[in-house]
Write a protein that binds this ligand. Structure first.
Ligand SMILES: Cc1ncc(COP(=O)(O)OP(=O)(O)O)c(N)n1
Ligand SMILES: Cc1ncsc1CCOP(=O)(O)O
Ligand SMILES: [Mg+2]
Length: 486
């Protein structure tokens, strides 16, 4: 797998390093690592000091497949040969391993290169040598690595300030001392014994992950912002409410401009009160003249007057990263947009969008054709993209295919294959996906990566199997929050 620089930085958050010496009778490294990845580890390194090369390589191959399943980067410690032989995502090496070698040239530009550093000079040299990140430690006393060099949290802070590549702290880090790293500006923590020596590696992982999240908070200056322009769903599963939850969980500051109030629940939409065009304009003016959004998600737009005002304001403010979810019909079958408004939507809004995210019925309306096969999905996406000069994500989940989505952007097609999650509670999935894409665009990810990350978030929210209401219920947007604060 290829990871962008931004993804590598985020993947530092909870970096797990294997240690087979803690395995108990009957346990395998692969099964423990699966538990660790399931509970949210964001990076995995295989570290084998005593295994002979063929067993090391075999184990590495298994862990590589596991990491691919969880879309988590996987690197091999020390052995460039094994990393290349199994086509791992990269390699992690220490100061002793890099002397006189051009590792970047050896592994190629696409592989992740991690280098250990314990001084500012080593860190700066590692960055110059093409490292994608540095591992800095030991920040606390550790019995896992004999003769580890110790450094203070103050030295760690100096190293973080001296380089622009991500920094992960390592050495003796566990749940009770992790907070001592606050203020150091690290991008994450790397741990061995705090996870692998635990009686419950999965729980240790989720506990460390929530502590790491508190440690590695984006500074206010770096907080990106996103705006949802959509209808209110009083039952909280779709519309503005789903969008705000999604954007917040995807790490951006969320704002809203409401186009309609709906009285609805999981079974039906009972009443709709449309916002006046003038009031929509005021909301947009208040937002754009104060906290300019880094991305905009557009959902329910009940009539042509609202679409015209919105298009005019978006042009006026030169809004960036516009993701348009062309909401026409609710999951329950209720009409959410006047038929006459579809023409205005096509003429005024589609050309402003960076991405439009129709489901199959909506794609049929936008492409003026029936869609019954994957080839017809591709043809419809190409038609919409070329006609309206925007990228198109046609979502599966309907009869034509399952959880597979097609992205058409700049003439290129990319299929995203999703796991089918047997959860009948799908209220708000479209709102959630488009908001997650907008949030990730706001954070600077590419369109393709934003779609991939948004699909991963949606899968997590669906997999939490929340079951509320008598109809098609909402998802658990906060599936990755423990609700524990200290
Ligand atoms: C993320 C990370 N940081 C540092 C190290 C230590 O690497 P090294 O100094 O080569 O020591 P060994 O792990 O090989 O004993 C690491 N492995 N990972
Ligand atoms: C590999 C390594 N490099 C510096 S300290 C260390 C050991 C980290 O292990 P633990 O998390 O168990 O202290
Ligand atoms: Mg090493």
């Amino acid at each position: 797998m290829n990871f962008s620089k931004e993804e590598i930085r985020h993947s530092m958050l909870l970096y797990a390093i294997t240690d087979r010496t803690w395995l108990k009778e009957g346990e395998t490294l692969t099964s423990i690592c699966e538990d660790v990845l399931k509970h949210g580890a964001t990076f995995l390194q295989i570290r084998e000091k005593d295994l002979e090369p063929s067993a090391f390589q075999k184990e590495a191959l298994e862990l590589k497949a596991l990491c691919a399943k969880y879309q988590v980067p996987f690197v091999v410690n020390d052995s460039v040969e094994i990393a290349l032989a199994i086509d791992a995502d990269g390699v992690h090496v220490g100061q002793g391993d890099i002397q006189g070698k051009n590792l970047r040239a050896l592994i190629g530009k696409d592989k992740i290169l991690g280098i250990s550093a314990a001084t500012v000079a080593e860190a700066v040299a590692a960055q110059a040598a093409g490292a994608d990140y540095i591992g800095v430690g030991a920040v606390f006393g550790t019995s896992t690595k004999k003769n580890a060099r110790n450094l203070s949290v103050e030295k760690l802070r100096e190293i973080c300030a001296a380089v622009t590549i991500p920094v992960v702290a390592i050495g003796g880090i566990h749940a009770l001392n992790l907070r001592k790293l606050s203020g150091s500006q690290v991008d994450g923590v790397a741990v061995i014994s705090a996870i692998f020596s635990s009686d419950n590696p999965g729980k240790a992982t989720s506990d460390l992950l929530s502590l790491a999240r508190q440690l590695v908070q984006p500074t206010p200056r770096l907080m990106r912002t996103a705006l949802s322009i959509a209808g209110s769903d009083c039952s909280g599963g779709a519309g503005i409410q789903a969008d705000l939850k999604t954007m917040t969980m995807n790490g951006v500051y969320a704002m809203s401009a409401i186009t309609a109030l709906t009285a609805q629940n999981t079974t039906k939409v009972e009443k709709i009160v449309e916002t006046s065009p003038d009031f929509l304009k005021s909301q947009l003016d208040m937002i754009f003249t104060d906290i300019f959004p880094d991305a905009v998600k557009i959902g329910m737009l009940p009539n042509a007057r609202l679409i015209e005002v919105l298009a005019e304001r978006l042009r006026f403010y030169q809004a960036k990263h516009i993701v348009l979810d062309p909401v026409m019909v609710a999951t329950s079958g209720s009409i959410l947009m006047e038929t006459s408004a579809v023409l205005t939507l096509k003429k005024e809004l589609l050309p402003l969008a960076e991405l439009v995210t129709p489901n199959i019925p909506e794609a049929e309306i936008l492409s003026e054709r029936k869609i019954t096969t994957p080839e017809e999905i591709e043809a419809a996406a190409e038609f919409i993209g070329k006609t309206y000069h925007c990228a198109v994500l046609i979502k599966g989940g309907h009869s034509v295919n399952t959880a597979n989505d097609l992205l058409w952007a700049d003439g290129q097609m990319e299929w995203f294959y999703g796991r089918c999650i047997p959860n009948p509670n799908t209220h708000g999935t479209g709102c959630t996906l488009s908001s997650a894409i907008a949030a990730n665009l706001a954070k600077g990810y590419s369109l393709s990566t934003s779609v991939q990350r948004a699909k991963k978030y949606l899968s997590g929210a669906l997999s939490a199997m929340l079951d509320l209401g008598a109809g098609s219920g909402p998802m658990n947007h906060a599936f990755c929050l423990t609700g524990e604060f200290s």
